[in-house]
Design a protein around this ligand. Structure first.
Ligand code: NAD
Length: 386
């Protein structure tokens, strides 16, 4: 069984699906490993490092795709500008793929149909169940941790002020106020990072558990409360709010938005478009020079003025919609992701390295295409096929 590790294609993507440490573990399991030359350059791992771990280096990516039984990647398949072919085209008929596929996202439907038509067995890393046995495989949480940390640093770079309180010969500089809206995995790491930088941290969430966790990390929980049945749905996750509740929330949080120097937006409801919590009117009333880091942008954004993939200034406020934040902390993102991937693969082949354990509930839940069919419920629903 040959596992192939290609170099990621997107220019700003420096992560890689396997690091030398996990390559050595795959070899120990009995797999052969093929790594595209330069695949680890973004994390400062050389071809030599991979060879020492037991991998074979392939300079021809088409050959790597054609020979591999299973391809491990970080990002969904894209067009490879060097070969003029998409990675779906390069996969061998009947082969297998594990990566972040985001199969329900409309932009990916054509690619998912392509995997189906080539009879690829594909698994998505964003489809991993959130149960304790799957925690070591939970790449979404790993990447959220990175996003929460880096979002505060990005905001700090845009902020025309210090974050901590400073005593100077001229007088005391007051600390910046950071408001974290949405305290799931991203928001909690943002709370911790903003505290470490010396900010005064306020947090808002609609779930009681999330508020308690933010409080235990030292944030002052503000905003408002609502009945648990309005805010929390299946499995304890947030529910999409009815428009009248969203309006109440916007009104309740407006004074805190107006008083903040930094706002980190990470309020999401699984499988839904991100709720708009900050309107243009609210932005216009913010402190001049304040910064909004809208990390919910992949699901549409929590601020009405956020533009995807870029930083804009509106009403004197810097609003960042930069995407793929984990790719900007490649060494630790790749270390986390490659280990999540290793534990996923170990579980997938726990009944022997010559076949997938498709009966396992974590595997079943993340299976996207199999035997010429799309089987991922979220994708079928989004495609209107079920
Ligand atoms: P998420 O990214 O889906 O959402 C982020 C946060 O936004 C959530 O806390 C949510 O309550 C909040 N939110 C939604 N709508 C909002 C609104 N209108 N206003 C304010 N906040 C709003 O969440 P996540 O990071 O995936 O984590 C959700 C929960 O799942 C957390 O409690 C986390 O501890 C838990 N979790 C469990 C596991 C596991 O068991 N393996 C793994 C990861 C996360």
């Amino acid at each position: 069984m040959l596992i192939g590790i290609p170099k990621e294609i997107l220019p700003a993507e420096r992560r890689v699906a396997a690091i030398p440490e996990t390559v050595a573990k795959y070899c120990k399991m009995g797999f052969d490993i093929a790594v595209e030359t330069g695949a680890g350059a973004g994390i400062f791992a050389s071809d030599d490092d991979y060879t020492k771990a037991g991998a074979h280096i392939f300079s021809d990516v088409e050959e790597l795709f054609a020979k591999a039984d299973l391809i491990l990647k970080v990002k969904q398949p894209y067009m490879n500008p060097n070969t003029g072919k998409t990675e779906v085209d390069m996969l061998r008929e009947g082969g297998a793929l594990i990566t972040f596929l985001h199969p329900a996202a409309p932009n990916n439907h054509e690619m998912i149909r392509g995997l189906r038509d080539k009879n690829i067995t594909s698994f998505t890393m964003d489809g991993i169940l959130r149960i304790s046995r799957a925690q070591r495989m939970d790449a979404l949480s790993s990447m959220s941790t990175v996003t929460g940390y880096k979002s505060v640093l990005m905001a700090a770079c845009h902020l025309p002020k210090f974050i901590p309180m400073l005593g100077t010969a001229i007088g005391a500089i007051q600390p910046a106020k950071a408001l974290i809206i949405g305290t799931g995995v991203v928001g909690l790491q943002a709370v911790a990072t903003a505290k470490r930088l010396g900010g005064v941290v306020e947090a808002i969430d609609i779930r009681e558990n999330a508020r308690q966790e933010a409080n235990s990390l030292g944030a002052k929980v503000v905003g408002f409360e609502m009945p648990a049945e309005v805010a929390t749905g299946e499995g304890g996750y947030a529910k999409a709010l009815m428009p009248e509740w969203l309006e109440k929330e916007r009104k309740a949080i407006a004074p805190y938005v107006g008083g903040a120097d930094i706002i980190i937006l990470s309020a999401l409801v699984p499988g839904e478009v991100a709720p708009i919590l900050i309107t243009e009117e609210m932005v216009a009333k913010m402190k001049p020079g304040a910064v909004i880091e809208d990390v919910s942008i992949d699901q549409g954004g929590n601020c009405a003025l956020t533009e995807s993939g870029t930083v804009v200034e509106k009403h004197g406020i810097t609003i960042s919609g930069i995407a793929n934040i984990p790719g900007s902390v490649p060494v630790h993102s790749a270390w986390l992701y490659a280990n999540n991937m290793y534990y996923y693969v170990e579980n997938l082949f726990k009944k022997g390295i010559d076949h997938f354990d498709l009966e396992d509930e974590i595997v079943k839940h993340s299976l996207v295409t199999y035997q010429g069919k799309i089987v991922f419920a979220g994708a079928l629903k989004a495609m209107g096929e079920k």
